[in-house]
Write a protein that binds this ligand. Structure first.
Ligand code: FES
Length: 125
């Protein structure tokens, strides 16, 4: 069964939506089920000033997306790159074994958004 933390984030997802003038965008799909996630980030002084997500997926995917935005906000880009799918699942008190694949979107989406930001910065130089 789902942990209390998973149910809480599913019922009240944090940071859901889109940052219109985002500095970086990450889009990832889950090959296991076809679900999708999009993360937009705002960066100030090499830190994540804002993080928002849109997830087209199951409850566990919504909960992990919500959790990763909370974990990432305020962190430096390098620190945020250290957040793993496993650590997101652990912060939610774990996921049922057959739902572990649902946590794959969360950190991957965040990392993709940071990589997108860094690629845009590099292109400016
Ligand atoms: Fe697709 Fe959970 S079933 S992310």
């Amino acid at each position: 069964m789902y942990s209390e933390q998973v149910m809480e984030h599913f019922r009240n997802p944090r940071n859901m939506g889109v940052i219109e003038d985002a500095d970086g965008v990450g889009e990832v799909g889950n090959p296991t089920c076809g679900d999708m996630m999009r993360i937009t980030i705002k960066v100030e002084d090499d830190r994540l000033a804002d993080v928002k997500f849109q997830t087209l997926g199951c409850g566990a995917a919504v909960a992990t997306s919500s959790m990763v935005t909370e974990m990432a906000k305020g962190k430096t880009l390098d620190e945020a790159m250290q957040i793993s799918n496993k650590s997101v699942a652990e912060s939610l008190g774990g996921l049922p074994p057959n739902k572990m694949h649902c946590s794959n979107l969360a950190a991957d989406g965040l990392h993709a958004a940071i990589e997108d930001y860094r690629a845009k910065q590099a292109a400016k130089v």
